[in-house]
Design a protein around this ligand. Structure first.
Ligand code: UDP
Length: 236
């Protein structure tokens, strides 16, 4: 597989073309952003940790029958993924209240949500990723009713798989964000799954082990991501 020109640079990852139009290379950088890109810092080792973490999670999800864009890890900071047309919508599931839900509804952080909630946000930094509903997704043509139903089904399945996986490492999966795309007509999971896009708390102490450490200036950001990986059996 030959690495070609950079096609796109996001806030934490860059995409490069290859000699095969069906595959691109995803590079995990050390850039860490919060507040819709308004704050960006470099965190040593984060690209490597998130690439390895993502490879591990994507493999687990694939084994559980969830179609993903992940093909294989290529290097410490690069993975080969399938080319997709991204659906510009973020799917969020919450098991416990945190973050924007707490701010929006004034509920207590950590409140158990039964059943877990499903929310949609438009990917648009300039607008601050506004919350949208299922009608917006269809009416503006971001996804069809069938694609949306599949996104929702897969997001809840991911929640079921990962809740158990993190529970085995004595962690609570508080909430997470996933993004989907279309590859050869099929809805598949894209982007990444790492502590940058989910909330994970220690089950006993409720210590935050995810990107809230960066958002809230709690320190030990990458060290916490590594600890999460180690609790799942990963070595970095
Ligand atoms: N999230 C994300 N990217 C975003 C917004 C949210 O990965 O642009 C993740 C976030 O890390 C958390 C979940 O989605 O795990 C729910 O985030 P929330 O709506 O509470 O927003 P935030 O507190 O990040 O503003």
């Amino acid at each position: 597989m030959e690495k070609r020109e950079q096609l796109y640079a996001g806030k934490a990852k860059s995409i490069f073309g290859t000699d095969d139009p069906d595959h691109v290379i995803m590079l995990f950088r050390n850039d860490t952003s919060a507040f819709d890109g308004k704050r960006v810092e470099q965190l040593d080792r984060k690209g490597m940790v998130n690439n390895k973490f993502n490879a591990f999670i994507m493999t687990k999800l694939q084994e559980a029958g969830i179609p993903t864009h992940f093909v294989k890890q290529l290097s410490d900071t690069e993975s080969l993924v399938k080319t997709m047309k991204m659906i510009p919508v973020e799917c969020v599931v919450r098991n416990l209240a945190a973050g924007s839900l707490v701010r929006r509804l004034g509920v207590q952080e950590g409140l158990e949500l039964n059943p877990p909630t499903f929310e949609l946000f438009l990917k648009n930094d300039a607008l601050g990723d506004p919350m949208v509903n299922e009608y917006h997704v269809q009416s503006f043509g971001w996804a069809t009713a069938e694609q949306l139903a599949r996104m929702k089904e897969l997001t809840f399945k991911i929640n079921a798989v990962l809740k158990d996986l993190f529970a085995a490492g004595n962690m609570l999966l508080v909430d997470f964000k996933v993004e989907f795309g279309i590859h050869k007509g099929e809805v598949i999971l894209g982007d990444e799954f790492s502590p940058d896009g989910c909330r994970l708390w220690d089950k006993d102490t409720r210590e935050k082990l995810d990107k809230d450490r960066f958002r809230q200036n709690l320190g030990n950001v990458v060290e916490s991501y590594e600890l999460v990986g180690q609790r799942l059996g990963l070595t970095f």
